[in-house]
Each structure stands twice: as C-alpha cells, then as structure tokens.
Design a protein around this ligand. Structure first.
Ligand code: ADP
Ligand code: MG
Length: 234
C-alpha cells in the first residue's frame, strides 16, 4: 500500500546517502592508513606525510560537520529573526575571504525589518553556503550582489547573484545531490544541507544560471508578519 511504499522509498534514499557517506569517508581513511603504515615501517621521512594526513583528516572533519547540520534539532531555537541582520552578519563574516578573491560584495536591503520565523544559525548557514559557493566559482574576482526585500507583503526574498562561469542545465539539476561537486576539495554537501534547511523553514530555493554570465539563487521564506490577503473588490 501507499504508506509502505513511502517508507521503502525513504529507506532507499537513506541507503543511498549512507553508501555515499561511507564511500567519501573511506577514501581519506584508506589514505591515512597507508601513510601510517609507511611511517611505522620507517620507509620514509615522516614529515612529508604529515601535511597530507592532516588534509585527509580535515576532509573527514568537513564531511562530518556538514552531515551533522542535517540532524541538528531545530525546534528549540526557533525565534523571530530579521533576515537583514543575519545577511549583514554573514557578509561581514565572509568579507575577508571575498577580498582575498578580489571580490566585492554588494548588499542592498529593504529599509523595513524582514521578519521570518527560524533558527538563526541555520538560516545563516544557508547564506554562508550559497555566498561561499559564489566566491569559490569567481576565480577572476568580480561582484556578488545580494538583495533582500518583501514580496507581496508576505514573502521575504533574498537573491544572491554572482559573476561566475554559470552552469549548464544538467549541472544545475545536480546541485543538492549528496556529494555532487566539481571542486577538487569540495564535499558536495553544502547545497544538500542548504536545501534541507530551507525546506525545514517552509521556504523555497531556486537557481537561474547562464553559462558565461553567472548564477542567481533566490531564497524565499514566509514572512512571520505577513499582511492578510484582502479579498478583491470588484
Ligand atoms: P561544494 O561547494 O563542496 O562543491 P556544494 O553542494 O556547495 O558543494 O555545491 C555543489 C556544486 O554545485 C559545486 O561543486 C558547483 O559545481 C555547483 N555550484 C554551486 N553554486 C554554484 C555557483 N554559484 N556557480 C557555479 N556552480 C555552482
Ligand atoms: Mg559549497
């Protein structure tokens, strides 16, 4: 019956994810084991291996931290937040990294507070993940434009536009799949976590991309001070 089917589908997805995680963590573990063996048999100068071993550990740590984001309890820290404050703080946090990449971040926001119900750290994580991706794809620098306003009196909309290489349709459809990455040091988990958090907040996320032009992400949350929709007067 239907309920059973839904359950087996969930189990299938959980199985896929578990297989992906196991695979992604086993690779750096295998490499760590190999280096440890080389060191204990005294076959090489240990020092050369420490850096590689450390970067493998950092990789495992990054994967585990991102996966933990998915399981964080959230109901406890639920509170009304001004999206503008969270965006300003996120931009401030990423400013140094942007400057290092020769990137200018432009932030334009509504004069009025943009209230949403949510978990501060999670919503910030969404902005961090999307803006970080924008920074990482703009190899030659440029501008990231971030806009925030209230749509139709009830939807808080944030758009994040970059001048990166953009994506083909096929690439675009793969975003958010666990472990999908085109980066040498990527985890491919950032956008999966992002989608999950946005969904938990009853929000929506859409991406528009044009190769050679750049990418824009639209992130929408229901306003917690939504104006009542008045019946149309005819
Ligand atoms: P990671 O950043 O570790 O690769 P993400 O889940 O954050 O993992 O992103 C997955 C992939 O989506 C990236 O590797 C990249 O190919 C693509 N991507 C995400 N954001 C952008 C962007 N703004 N422009 C181009 N490609 C992007
Ligand atoms: Mg990322």
């Amino acid at each position: 019956n239907e309920e059973l089917m839904i359950n087996s589908e969930k189990l299938y997805i959980a199985g896929q994810l578990a297989a992906g995680i196991a695979h992604e963590i086993r690779n750096p573990l295998t490499s760590l084991k190999g280096f440890l063996q080389l060191i204990t048999t005294g076959r090489a100068d240990n020092r050369n291996y420490y850096d590689i071993m450390k970067s493998e550990l950092v990789r495992i740590e990054a994967i585990v931290s991102e996966l933990l984001m998915l399981s964080k309890p959230q109901v406890y820290d639920l509170a009304e937040q001004d999206i503008r404050k969270m965006l300003s703080e996120t931009v401030a946090l990423l400013e140094t990294e942007a400057i290092l990449h020769n990137i200018e971040m432009v932030l334009q926001m509504d004069q009025q507070p943009l209230w949403v119900m949510g978990v501060e750290n999670q919503i910030k994580q969404v902005f961090i993940n999307v803006i970080k991706n924008a920074i990482e794809v703009m190899a030659h620098g440029g501008r990231i434009t971030i806009l925030a306003d209230l749509e139709e009196g009830r939807t808080v909309t944030v758009s994040i536009h970059d001048e990166g290489p953009g994506m083909e349709k096929e690439q675009l459809s793969k975003i958010g799949q666990p472990f999908y990455t085109t980066k040498e040091k990527g985890t491919g988990l950032g956008m999966m976590v992002t989608y999950k958090i946005v969904d938990n907040h009853h929000g929506q996320i859409n991406a528009y991309s044009q190769t050679g032009e750049g990418t824009t992400f639209y992130i929408r949350f229901p306003s917690s001070r939504a104006q009542p929709v008045l019946p149309a007067i005819s």
